[in-house]
Design a protein around this ligand. Structure first.
Ligand SMILES: [Zn+2]
Length: 290
């Protein structure tokens, strides 16, 4: 099997407001962003499909066929539309990026040509907020009409944060010359700094507010546990987190996971931490089981 991903997109408006609710109910549901006034995004949609290479064409699927299907089933329904009224699904559940991801999965998974299977959807609302779905492993090999039921669709939401911090890579288990040899410039006694980009990914079912997790709650949690703690600090000098460990990007990534994993309100769960130390150094952790 081979997976192919095709990038498409659409532009659409939405409002943090449900017409059938009272003003008070809308304010309870959406918090401070509640308003019937629409605002818009340029969405980037990645559709991943998997299948065997067709020996006659050398392709998993002809891109034109996939494009036409996505355009017919998804893009034509959402592009240049007011999403709250674009589909019946969004009258009850607001068209958050998570709800849109679930909608796209539902629209595509049962209608693909028989030789391919929907493997993944990634929908980016802004560079700091995107949602994903992956074909569950248990669905491998099942007929397409035996996919998970609607209520079992698990999507992931990722919020992106930044913090700037200094560190020094220096191991007590190595000699001075070994440290210089292993860590090079990163062993500089005064330390050096990075602008870290942190992706926090939460998995779960979509609630009545269209969210996997309340975005304000997640932002507060990450701010308290990570950003406020690490931002503009020298990780070796200022933090107990790294008093017994070298604050390498690997260790920082795992430490952030440990700080957050038991604080995500169930049934949502932390599913991935990605730490971008530089544009070329990227670290990912999904817990010991993954
Ligand atoms: Zn460094």
């Amino acid at each position: 099997m081979l997976t192919m991903t095709r990038r498409l997109g659409f532009s659409a408006a939405k409002a943090d407001w449900l017409d059938h609710l009272t003003s008070e109910q809308n304010h309870t549901l959406f918090g401070e962003t509640a308003s019937p006034e629409p605002y818009g995004h340029n969405y980037t949609l990645d559709v991943g499909v998997k299948g065997e290479i067709d020996p006659r064409t050398g392709m998993v699927i002809n891109i034109k066929i996939l494009d036409n299907l996505v355009k017919e089933r998804v893009i034509s329904v959402l592009d240049r539309k007011f999403l709250n009224r674009a589909a019946s699904e969004f009258r009850e559940t607001p068209p958050t990026v998570e709800a849109l991801t679930r909608f796209i999965v539902q629209k595509l998974r049962d209608d693909l040509p028989s030789e391919i299977t929907l493997a993944s959807i990634r929908l980016e609302e802004t560079p700091l907020l995107f949602s994903e779905w992956q074909l569950p492993e248990k669905s491998e090999g099942l007929e397409q009409n035996k996919f998970e039921k609607e209520e079992e669709i698990i999507v992931q939401i990722t919020h992106v944060y930044e913090f700037s911090a200094a560190h020094r890579l220096d191991s007590p288990h190595l000699t001075e010359s070994e440290n210089k040899d292993v860590f090079g410039k990163c062993n500089n006694p005064a330390g050096h700094g990075h602008n870290y980009v942190l992706e926090v990914t939460i998995a779960g079912q979509i609630g009545a507010n269209g969210r996997v997790i309340d975005p304000v709650d997640l932002d507060c949690l990450v701010k308290k546990e990570v950003v406020d703690r690490y931002d503009h600090k020298h990780l070796n000098e200022d933090l107990e987190d790294f008093s017994a460990e070298i604050p390498s990007a690997e260790v920082i990534t795992k430490t952030i996971w440990t700080r957050l994993v038991n604080q995500v309100p169930a049934p949502a769960r932390l599913s991935r931490i990605v730490l971008r130390e530089t544009a070329r150094n990227i670290f990912e952790y999904r817990g010991e089981e993954n």
